[in-house]
Design a protein around this ligand. Structure first.
Ligand SMILES: Cc1cc2nc3c(=O)[nH]c(=O)nc-3n(C[C@H](O)[C@H](O)[C@H](O)COP(=O)(O)OP(=O)(O)OC[C@H]3O[C@@H](n4cnc5c(N)ncnc54)[C@H](O)[C@@H]3O)c2cc1C
Length: 562
């Protein structure tokens, strides 16, 4: 006979073992780990996979030398997990050598500072083997100028150290796809609107609403996991708990990206308030990041302000004036779901993670995942899955650290894509970076339907075959989703040259009308204009707004005519 915990209040068997709310890196990480252990999982994401902090982070899977001084456990777990992530997703990695110049008014002071920093990095070096990193190197003034001639201010020397970067959005997509292939149900653009509870307060499922189709329904499970990052307190309130039950201290962080690569090293600079910021080479662009400010705004619309952009430029320009020679073409921003603490400055807050069991709040069966880092997401997900596996009597061993993510199991030489698919070398290299071994599946599409070899976004570049692939295989439902997976429309033109074509493809591939496709393109461009305006400046922002209005009017009159 079924126990009470295995049935809903109407006596029906529960649909699955685990419901995950939130498709950020922690949510998809748990969905994957639980699916790998044979548990039946359903995941609901209100926007798109990686819409929140996970798709808007700096993408460093590092130990964070900064944390070593006040949170060494975070450095340890992040380095350890970085090593695991590198093994399961080797195609998504890129190496980031950092330069930390040391300036000083007196040669004695700068010598002492340099010696202290050198000693500090000796400690950090101890963690490098965990993440396949190289030891730091101390540099004198000549060496640092040779490595980066654009530095000004008379650096007395410095150090260089080794980190790894990853495309956070693609990391999330990989986890979600893997979970689906192991049986999980993944629903995007689908909001959990209520957490369902029995009379005794225990949790048995969720009510949801599909934001695109309007469909509503219920899904029931033995355990519900709140993995909604900065939304976590709002989510617990959907089950009638107070926001304090999953308390966080949300911190907004933004990045500005420039139209070209300015350096081969990431350069650490100090902002006017002494905070560390950086200039990072990222593929064919440069990125300035990042801010960290307490945030009280709308989590679904996080947009960089002109002040934040100026703050980053001012900091980097102070040591690297050539930063002004490039064009700022956009921004991205997210909200860190940092553990709650009253008092410390934002960047002194712990980056630790925590599993909250809401049995203590009378909601048995509900758990929240709070805090954490992209760099240690897999470990956090494993810890969460250990808890639910124990509860559900599942004794399978964790495998998420050894089982490759989709595309991570096979190496593809981009030249193969060039020769067989007739792609430009840059198209092939970027395709292989994003999809690893699965780039061969995109190639296969092109060989079967040569018209899909057409390059739709020339800035990135992205082909029609890749767009159709991410729609069919990676849950993309609109133009912004395609951009998150492929970087379409994120180049200098902001999508003005490709959004409409992409919208038509999305509409066609999802069985919607061309008019809907145009609408999806306009929504993407309007959202892009909001995130670009602080970077491109008021004159260009006004011109873009005019161009967008003209396009809207043209499309509006076209659809009236048709
Ligand atoms: C600017 C910035 C830079 C960072 N840089 C780094 C870095 O370099 N390295 C590093 O390790 N970490 C970094 N981090 C931290 C890291 O990104 C986060 O800790 C991590 O991504 C949090 O993941 P998450 O899954 O908890 O939350 P999120 O990624 O925010 O995901 C939460 C998801 O829940 C969804 N959701 C909310 N409500 C509902 C609902 N009712 N129903 C369904 N879905 C819902 C949201 O749409 C969202 O997609 C950075 C963070 C920021 C903001």
């Amino acid at each position: 006979m079924a126990r009470d915990v295995d049935i809903d209040p109407r006596g029906r068997a529960l649909d699955c073992d685990v419901i995950v709310i939130g498709g950020g890196v922690n949510g998809v990480g748990v969905a994957r780990d639980a699916s790998l252990r044979g548990l039946k999982v359903a995941l609901f994401e209100r926007n798109d996979i990686a819409f929140g902090a996970s798709g808007n982070s700096s993408g460093m899977i590092h130990g964070g030398p900064r944390y070593l001084s006040y949170d060494p456990a975070v450095t340890q777990s992040s380095c350890l997990d970085s090593g695991h992530i590198q093994r399961i997703a080797p195609h998504l990695l890129f190496r980031i050598p950092f330069l930390m110049p040391i300036f000083g008014s007196s040669s004695l002071k700068s010598k002492v500072t340099l010696t202290a920093i050198d000693a500090f990095f000796d400690l950090y070096d101890a963690y490098q083997p965990l993440k396949a990193g190289k030891n730091h190197v101390r540099l004198n003034a000549d060496e640092i100028t040779q490595l980066e001639p654009g530095l000004v201010g008379g650096a007395a020397g410095g150090i260089t150290f080794d980190e790894w970067g990853i495309d956070g959005a693609r990391l999330c997509i990989g986890n979600a796809v893997d979970a689906r292939e192991r049986g999980a149900e993944i629903r995007v653009h689908c909001t959990v609107t209520e957490i369902l509870r029995r009379e005794d307060g225990s949790v048995y499922g969720v009510r949801f609403r599909d934001r695109q189709s309007g469909e509503t329904g219920e899904r029931t499970a033995r355990v519900v996991i709140n993995a909604t990052g900065a939304w976590a307190p709002i989510t617990t309130s959907l089950g009638g708990l107070t926001a304090d039950a999953a308390r966080i201290r949300p911190g907004k962080g933004i990045h500005v990206f420039l139209d070209r690569r300015l350096t081969n090293y990431a350069i650490i600079a100090h902002a006017i308030d002494g905070r560390q910021v950086f200039l990072l080479p990222w593929q064919n662009m440069s990125v300035l990041g990042t801010t960290d400010d307490d945030y009280y705004g709308d989590l679904d619309h996080v947009v960089a302000s002109t002040d934040e952009v100026n703050y980053l430029f001012q900091a980097v320009e102070h040591v690297f004036p050539a930063v002004r020679s490039a064009r700022a073409i956009g921004t991205w921003g997210g909200v860190r779901p940092t553990l709650y603490e009253w008092g410390p400055n934002e960047d002194q807050l712990s980056r630790e993670h925590q599993v909250v069991d809401h049995r203590q709040h009378g909601a048995d069966g509900l758990y929240s995942m709070i805090g954490g880092k992209l760099a240690s997401y897999r470990l956090f997900a494993e810890e969460m899955t250990d808890v639910i596996a124990k509860r559900l009597g599942n004794a399978e061993k964790p495998r998420s650290h050894v089982s490759p993510l989709p595309g991570g199991d096979e190496q593809v030489d981009p030249m193969q894509l060039v020769v067989q698919g007739g792609m430009e070398a840059v198209t092939a290299t970027r395709l292989e970076y994003r999809h690893g071994g699965r780039s061969l599946r995109v190639l296969e599409r092109m060989l079967q339907k040569p018209r899909e070899a057409a390059v739709i976004c020339s800035c990135e570049p992205v082909t029609e075959a890749e767009i159709r692939y991410v729609i069919e295989q990676e849950f993309a439902r609109d133009v912004a989703d395609v951009a998150r997976r492929t970087r379409l429309g994120l180049g200098a033109c902001g999508g003005m040259r490709c959004a409409l074509r992409c919208g038509r493809i999305v509409a066609d591939a999802t069985g919607r009308s061309p008019q809907v496709g145009q609408q999806l393109a306009l929504e993407f461009l309007a959202q892009g204009a909001r995130t670009r305006s602080a970077a491109v400046g008021s004159t260009q922002a006004r011109q873009e707004a005019l161009a967008l209005s003209a396009l809207q009017a043209e499309i509006g009159s076209g659809s009236r005519d048709s």
